[in-house]
Write a protein that binds this ligand. Structure first.
Ligand code: ADP
Ligand code: MG
Length: 689
């Protein structure tokens, strides 16, 4: 972890010795050296530059008043508290403390002059302040001439102490400019020193609103620099990985050509473009680090299969890893269906295969007789060895943790790293992609295979469930198939299971003429696989499911998707689920059953999914509704979190940050080092693998 690493560094000048209470409190705030204090910026500001006459203080607003203590006593009713009356020339107010120290009582001795800062309220006895901050003052003592910063802090470290520390850091640390002058001029940004001073000690005439909303030019400067550093560190990580050696896999076009010729369809232009990009990367002797992004149903699997064949053509191994057993098995079937006719063997590895079968498969991979493998994370678990592994494909990459991706990467043959192809069906808006995938090359499948009829989406209140059951009957009697997805019940997996079982029973009873199946997370893997296979083969017409079918499942004959309690699902999930239909030529329908009353966001989400079918647009709306924080699981992806910049409001700074990052990396590596040291210290290790 970065913290311990930093703790081992020699203390910087003027830094409290490690192990002291102060040092550990600072460490809690992730402050480890003077430089960190410079970038520990205020949350907000308080205006102590002015005194408000008590008579004109407005209830509900913070104010600073100054007056003489008329009385101060401990009362016991309604509960023990310290109550003081303070008066100035204009009026009087009551100050109250429910928790107080004897020292506070002394501070408020009758006749003393004090300044109180706090929110004024209209109380029972007239104006009052509860728990105001107090400062004893002399007659006519001067007021501060700048807004008072309020910092994020932690227990045991008061604002005053923190302010002093920051003040000292500002005096000790050289505030060197890290950005080229022409960039500052172009973007109209202030210099670094000017910006941090403006934020820590705002000028008396600074606009408090602009400071608080963080759209003050000083904030813009800091946010720009933060985004720049994010780009720099991601690009550096990219370059570092690129410096490794990988097996160069020439595009021999023997097997790939044969596969293309045998397919019942031609590649879309987007697939062909992605394939060219990947083929070119694979032919290089440094590892590919590419993300293949494409909406649900855009046909990523065939592109991955072609890449795997390029490895096989060269006599090297390739593995495809999927996040669930169902998906892994489906990929296996698809790949085997395409490749067995070409005489290429595909191995299937999952945690649940019987030991004997597993051993046979492992031996064939180990010996290199079998070149291609598909599996779940079982693939990266130890004894699985693919001594000639040259390409790793990771489907639904966001489902895997950093560690799992790392493990796969380290499986390369004799010190060489495998080429990595990540796949994702979670489209994300451009601004987010620029920050989250800045350390990858990206190929986008921006069109769907032809011949798909668009999916119609219906919103139906749960009072009309019977009608929906009728729709299911109709569709299935016409030879189609249907999914019925049960609600997510976050509080309880048991409850979720129960609902699925009940729904299954209801549907069996209501649709005696149809064969209904049930699939959920508690089933054993081979039971799940058998049910999925029966549905894929058309033996089951209706599949009642929990969200286990969310990702990747491909049964083209299914044309009806029913989602219960759709208001409980996230947008990305609804989009994924809806994408399970509309994969064949039949007109498909997605029925979203919702329960009243709808929450504000529930309604907003349903509106978005009703109005949009394009994954990128849905992602954009999603970002708007819930903000980027929880969007792609930033923590899990390992991308350094942004402290100040926000992808929502500062999207326009990202493009220039990226452009400058490229320029600095090319022209001024020393400047890059300085910027990264300033922002990250020794935290670079957080970067994504
Ligand atoms: P996803 O991108 O969601 O993983 P898949 O790879 O599962 O999509 O492909 C969805 C379906 O479209 C599959 O049945 C696949 O065989 C089919 N498909 C892929 N490419 C094409 C194409 N160019 N033309 C027609 N069908 C295609
Ligand atoms: Mg897929």
């Amino acid at each position: 972890m970065p913290d311990t690493a930093v703790a081992r560094l020699p203390p910087a000048v003027g830094w409290p010795a490690s192990g002291t209470p102060l040092a550990s409190r600072l460490a809690k705030l992730d402050l480890h050296r003077l430089d960190d204090l410079i970038l520990h910026l205020p949350l907000r500001y308080e205006d102590e530059t002015r005194l408000t006459p008590i008579a004109v203080a407005r209830p509900g607003f913070p104010a600073q008043v100054e007056g003489e203590v008329l009385s101060c006593e401990v009362t016991l009713r309604p509960r023990r508290q310290l109550v003081a009356r303070i008066a100035d020339a204009s009026g009087a107010l009551v100050a109250r403390w429910l928790n107080f120290y004897p020292s506070q009582q002394k501070q408020m001795a009758t006749g003393r002059r004090v300044r109180l800062f706090g929110e004024v309220r209209g109380g029972f006895l007239g104006l009052e302040m509860v728990h105001p901050r107090v400062r004893p003052v002399e007659e006519a003592e001067s007021l501060p001439d700048a807004l008072t910063p309020v910092y994020p802090t932690t227990a045991g470290l008061g604002q005053a102490a923190l302010r002093k520390l920051v003040e000292r850091a500002l005096n000790l640390v050289p505030l060197e400019e890290g950005l080229p002058a022409n960039t500052l001029a172009e973007l109209g940004l202030p210099g670094f020193a000017e910006a941090v001073r403006a934020l820590h000690r705002p000028a008396p005439d600074a606009d408090p609103a602009a400071l608080e909303n963080r759209d003050h030019p000083a904030w813009q400067r800091i946010k720009f620099e933060e985004l720049l550093v994010q780009q720099l560190s991601l690009r550096r990580a990219y370059n570092a990985r690129r410096a490794h050696v990988a097996v160069a896999l020439a595009a021999r076009r023997q097997l790939t050509q044969a596969l293309l010729e045998g397919l019942p369809f031609g590649l879309t232009a987007a697939q062909a473009r992605a394939q060219r990009e990947i083929a070119r990367d694979l032919a290089a002797s440094h590892p590919m680090q590419r993300l293949l992004q494409g909406d649900v149903g855009s046909g990523k699997t065939i592109v991955a299969a072609l890449a795997m064949l390029q490895a096989a053509e060269n006599g090297w191994q390739a593995a495809m890893m999927a996040p669930t057993e169902i998906l892994a098995e489906q990929h296996y079937r698809k790949l085997a269906g395409w490749l067995t006719p070409l005489g290429v063997e595909v191995a299937w590895l999952s945690g649940s295969r019987r030991k004997r079968e597993r051993e046979v498969v492992l031996a064939r991979l180990q010996s290199g007789e079998c070149l291609l493998a598909v599996g779940t994370h079982a693939l990266i678990e130890d004894p699985v060895a693919m001594p000639r592994l040259a390409l790793a494909v990771v489907d639904e990459q966001h489902r895997f943790g950093v560690r799992q991706r790392l493990a796969l990467r380290d499986k390369g043959a004799d010190g060489r790293r495998p080429h990595m192809l990540m796949m994702s069906a979670t489209p994300i808006p451009r601004t987010l992609a620029m920050t989250h995938y800045a350390d990858l090359d990206v190929s986008v499948l921006d069109e769907l295979p032809p011949g798909r009829t668009p999916i119609r989406t219906r919103l139906v209140s749960d009072a009309r469930r019977d009608e929906v059951i009728g729709r299911v009957r109709e569709a299935c009697l016409e030879g189609r198939q249907a999914y019925w997805v049960c609600p997510l019940i976050e509080e309880s997996e048991a409850l979720q299971l129960q609902t699925a079982v009940e729904t299954y029973e209801t549907l069996c009873a209501a649709l005696p003429e149809l064969r209904v199946g049930l699939i959920h997370g508690r089933l054993k893997t081979d039971e799940k696989a058998a049910t999925m296979a029966a549905f894929a083969a058309g033996e089951l017409q209706v599949l009642v499911a929990t969200t286990v079918i969310e990702v990747g499942v491909d049964v083209p004959n299914a044309s009806l998707m029913v989602i219960e309690h759709a208001e409980r699902f996230g947008l990305a999930q609804l989009h994924q689920l809806r994408g399970r239909v509309g994969r064949g030529t039949a007109e498909s329908v997605c029925i979203l059953i919702f329960a009243q009353p709808l929450s504000e966001t529930g309604r907003a989400r349903l509106k978005v999914i009703y109005e949009h079918t394009d994954g990128f647009e849905i992602a954009r709306e999603d970002l708007r509704i819930r903000g980027p924080g929880e969007f792609v699981g930033a923590r899990q992806s390992g991308v350094p979190l942004l402290r100040y910049a926000s992808l929502e409001t500062d999207g326009d700074l990202i493009e220039p940050a990226r452009a400058l990052a490229e320029r600095l990396l090319r022209e001024d590596p020393a400047a890059v080092d300085r910027l990264m040291a300033r922002w990250l210290g020794s935290r670079e290790g957080l970067l994504r693998a």
